[in-house]
Design a protein around this ligand. Structure first.
Ligand code: ZN
Ligand code: MN
Length: 487
């Protein structure tokens, strides 16, 4: 049976570092660029007798993330110990939340523009919201670096506040998984919760995959892909794993519940362990930490709930007349959205035009030069200035493009001044008048047609005026003059 006929079910566990200054249960700084083992204390080194103290800011941020994603928060939450032996966690347990996490339910909307490019034309379930099971707060472990005969451990990362966002098995393909991770990233960044940079290890995920033949069958054998840290690798790994599992079902080879890792070099998944050697973590409430009442935190963060990309996008479409596509591009990056709003404040041009200029001219050039929007030599004010010149008829669209290029090289200049220097000031009316008269005189048939109602031909005559003026005339003024004389 072809792979495409199988039903794929995917659930994600995403670990995401929260942007905080200090660790989850001690006052050590969260800093990763520094010398190894320079931000440690008895608590995050797990020394006997050291006691944990809660980081309230991390609790607030987790509740805020939950609010952004439509989760509910139980009135009381509890901290549990997850017991296991591994050198990256010297107390031999991780403090986490098992039965009463900070957030329950909710969902992640999959934004169309976050699907892989070639999948965007064929989205199976547009507007889908992936259901969440929970978000809990826990501590990160130390970072191990494995060498040939030894392992180095850096405790700077140990105890960093980590949010674990657990989805329901509600994702149906590698493409949806890709969109899920990208959409989640955008939301967490917009909300100021995390920088969610997978390359920097701020976001990592475990992917649970199963396949089955019919909707009425129970879910297939669950296979987990551990510790994925790039969205494109996740996509490739899922494609590989789905094909592998389907082939096993086709040949009646039994699938075993297991954990696998993705090898980027070999482009394949490899078995790490099966269910038989799964840990029993012996969860129990941490006797060093009291349960937390959440009501006061909820009230504190409620005013901080930021406008999410899809809410912004809806506002831009309704209030500023942007197309759905343009709005989704502009809102995919908080900094880009801020730039757009600043430009909109700086010009009288309609939002649709501003978005066009940003997407068609600015983003292209930024991309070409590998620059971020925050590094753009053309500021939002400058772009607003250019658009005002177009609106006022001082420069034509194509002249504006030249002006844009010139301002890119001379960002300190004022658009209006530079336009004048480039000779884009409207030619004096007398000069245009003479050219217009000439054009009218040499095109009597066109003039008659226009007078007969074919006003589209005005564009042709405007073109003639532009040509005769060697591009210096302002097309809007030329058309106005033509209209006045002919109609
Ligand atoms: Zn510490
Ligand atoms: Mn975890």
């Amino acid at each position: 049976m072809p792979v495409s006929d199988y039903i794929v079910t995917i659930g994600l566990e995403v670990h995401c570092q929260i942007k905080t200054n200090t660790k989850m249960f001690c006052g050590c700084e969260t800093s990763f660029a520094d010398e190894p083992n320079t931000h440690t204390c008895p608590t995050c080194l797990g020394l006997p007798g050291a006691l944990p103290v809660l980081n309230e800011f991390a609790i607030e941020r987790t509740i805020l993330a939950g609010m952004l994603l439509g989760c509910s928060t139980p009135p009381t939450v509890v901290w549990d110990r997850k017991n296991y032996f591994y050198p990256d966690m010297p107390k031999d347990y991780q403090i986490t939340q098992m039965d009463l996490p900070l957030c329950l339910g909710g969902g992640v909307p999959l934004y169309s523009h976050t699907y892989p490019k070639e999948a965007q034309k064929n989205i199976v379930n547009p507007g889908k919201v992936v259901e969440l099971n929970r978000i809990h707060l826990e501590e990160d472990v130390a970072k191990s670096t494995h060498l040939a005969n030894s392992t180095l451990i850096d405790f700077n990362r140990a105890g960093t506040p980590l949010m674990e966002i657990v989805s329901e098995p509600d994702i149906a393909s590698a493409e949806e998984t890709f969109a899920y991770l990208k959409s989640l990233q955008q939301i967490l960044i917009a909300g100021g919760i995390s920088d969610a940079d997978m390359e920097k290890g701020q976001m990592r995920c475990d992917v649970n995959i199963s396949v089955r033949k019919n909707e009425s069958d129970p879910l297939g054998t669950k296979i987990e892909l551990k510790n994925m840290n790039s969205t494109s690798a996740v996509r490739r790994a899922i494609h590989y794993e789905v094909a592998r599992q389907c082939e096993a079902l086709d040949t009646d080879e039994p699938l075993v519940q297991s954990t696998r890792r993705w090898s980027d070099e070999l482009e394949e998944t490899q078995e790490m362990r099966t269910k038989e050697d799964a840990h029993d973590y012996r969860y129990f409430p941490d006797p060093d930490l009291l349960p937390v009442r959440t009501a006061a935190y909820i009230e504190k963060v409620r005013p901080l709930v930021a406008e999410l990309p899809h809410e912004k996008s809806a506002r831009y479409q309704v209030d500023l007349g942007l197309t759905e596509y343009d709005a989704s591009v502009i809102t995919s990056d908080v900094h880009l959205a801020a730039y757009f709003e600043q430009a909109a404040e700086a010009t009288k041009a309609p939002g649709k035009k501003i978005a066009n200029w940003i997407i068609n001219n600015l983003l292209g050039l930024l991309n070409e030069k590998s620059l971020e929007i925050s590094d753009s030599p053309i500021t939002a004010q400058t772009l607003g200035g250019i658009l005002d010149l177009i609106e006022a008829g001082t420069v034509s669209n194509s002249q504006a493009k030249d002006l844009f290029a010139a301002l890119w090289e001379n960002p300190e200049k004022d658009p209006a001044t530079l336009a004048k220097e480039m000779g884009f000031e409207p030619a004096d009316t007398g000069a245009i008048d003479a050219i217009v008269d000439e054009v009218i005189a040499s095109n009597p048939d066109k003039v008659a047609e226009i007078q007969g109602g074919n006003e589209k031909l005005l564009n042709f005559l405007t073109g003639q005026v532009m040509k005769a003026s060697k591009g210096k005339a302002n097309p809007k003024l030329a058309t106005d003059a033509l209209k006045e004389k002919i109609l």
